[in-house]
Ligand binder design. Structure first.
Ligand SMILES: [Zn+2]
Length: 383
């Protein structure tokens, strides 16, 4: 039998952390580097010390905690304590406080797994401040440093931030990876002309062509992979006057999918459809790749171990991919990594209404403890 985490202590510390940058609407403003973020990091270090553990920081601002008598190689677990502006109280914070609760529980129980466990709150995961390097800053710096070579595995517990688990009646998610994200710029070029005097049949209207590309993006994505999501978040029409037929229109199309093949199929579909509608509108289409973030694949053995933990707890679970980026994506390129999800009520995240029922937060934390214990056991046997 593994030791049981304390639900009261977990929930009380989540409340205490939410007070840093806390808003009257229940959300948090704790953008990386803000006074609230720095105060929350100091508080976390003191909570680690209150638990009789050692708190330390690296040069970038990541906060770590470990048993005073511990020694590597470490099983690392944690997440981030920074938030987006007007964010929720659980995104990142839950994974950090649950890690602290697991470390405390194992240390109090005198469990040997406490000796190889390290917890972390990464610096600036969200990239929400104008001064940021774009997010995942702390985990990226960590992976470029020396300490990464002492990490045997990384596990991140996180809220799902989407509605899929709640809709499917799942309590835990074994996350096998993070989707790849490809962005394309679609430029339609027609002919700028007088919107009153030019007959309708002779126009080369770039906005009309762009609109038809935009409308078709969902179908293109669904045809490539039913699990894919797609978005057109930027639309630009030039020159942008009510009485001028647009000579140029530009869209930014984003696809997210679990496999590179699906992303390639979607890109091909986008190119084909843009060429087709451009021709019909007397325009020319140019589809150019804007950016490509490769998918992250988590460690299969670690995912198997997580699945066993879910079964042992009797919690309905499924294997899934994450449609949002996480520090675990960065870590997965350097150490065996996996993630565990708990449901997000109504799929709300990056907003004050972000919520997960207390019992599910407690169960997720216990699942993290069981994972840490199982991993410590596995590492012990392999040495
Ligand atoms: Zn997060």
């Amino acid at each position: 039998m593994s030791p049981r985490i304390s639900a009261d202590r977990l929930l009380a510390d989540l409340d205490a952390l939410a007070a840093f940058g806390g808003r009257p609407d229940g959300g948090v403003d704790r953008v990386a580097g803000s006074a609230a973020d720095l105060a929350a990091r100091d508080w976390l270090a003191s909570r680690i010390e209150d638990a009789g553990c050692l708190a330390w920081r690296d040069g970038i601002g990541n906060v770590f905690g470990r048993h005073p008598g511990g020694t590597g190689p470490w099983l690392l677990t944690g997440s981030h304590t920074d938030s987006v502006p007007g964010g929720g109280r659980l995104d990142g914070a839950y994974g950090v406080i649950a890690a602290l609760e697991v470390l405390r529980t194992l240390r109090e129980a005198g469990h040997p797994a406490a000796l190889t466990l390290e917890i972390v709150s990464f610096w600036d995961e969200e990239g929400a401040s104008p001064a940021s390097d774009g997010g995942l800053v702390g985990s990226t710096a960590f992976c470029a440093g020396d300490h990464i070579s002492d990490i045997a595995a990384f596990v991140e517990l996180h809220i799902e931030q989407g509605p899929r688990m709640e809709a499917a009646g799942l309590e835990l998610g074994v996350v096998e990876g993070i989707v790849g994200i490809d962005r394309h710029t679609v430029t339609l070029t027609g002919e700028t002309n007088h919107a009153g005097t030019t007959p309708m049949h002779g126009r080369a209207d770039a906005a009309r062509a762009a609109a038809q590309v935009l409308v078709q993006v969902r179908e293109i994505a669904a045809a490539a992979d039913p699990g894919m999501v797609a978005n057109v978040g930027c639309v630009e029409v030039l020159p942008g006057a009510p009485n001028v037929i647009p000579g140029q229109a530009r869209l930014v199309v984003e696809f997210r999918a679990a496999t590179p093949a699906a992303l390639e199929t979607a890109a091909a579909g986008l190119r084909a459809h843009a060429a087709l509608v451009a021709e019909e509108e007397n325009c020319v289409a140019l589809v150019e790749p804007l950016s490509s973030k490769p998918r992250s694949r988590f460690d299969p053995a670690l995912c198997d171990l997580l699945e066993k933990v879910c079964k042992r707890l009797g919690a309905p679970f499924e294997r899934m991919v994450s449609f949002a980026g996480h520090d675990a994506g960065v870590l997965s390129r350097h150490a065996p990594t996996a993630m565990v999800f708990v449901p997000s009520l109504a799929g709300v995240s990056h907003a004050p209404a972000e919520h997960t029922p207390d019992w599910q937060l407690t169960q997720g934390c216990q699942a993290l403890l069981e994972t840490v214990v199982s991993l410590a056991h596995r590492e012990g046997e392999s040495q």
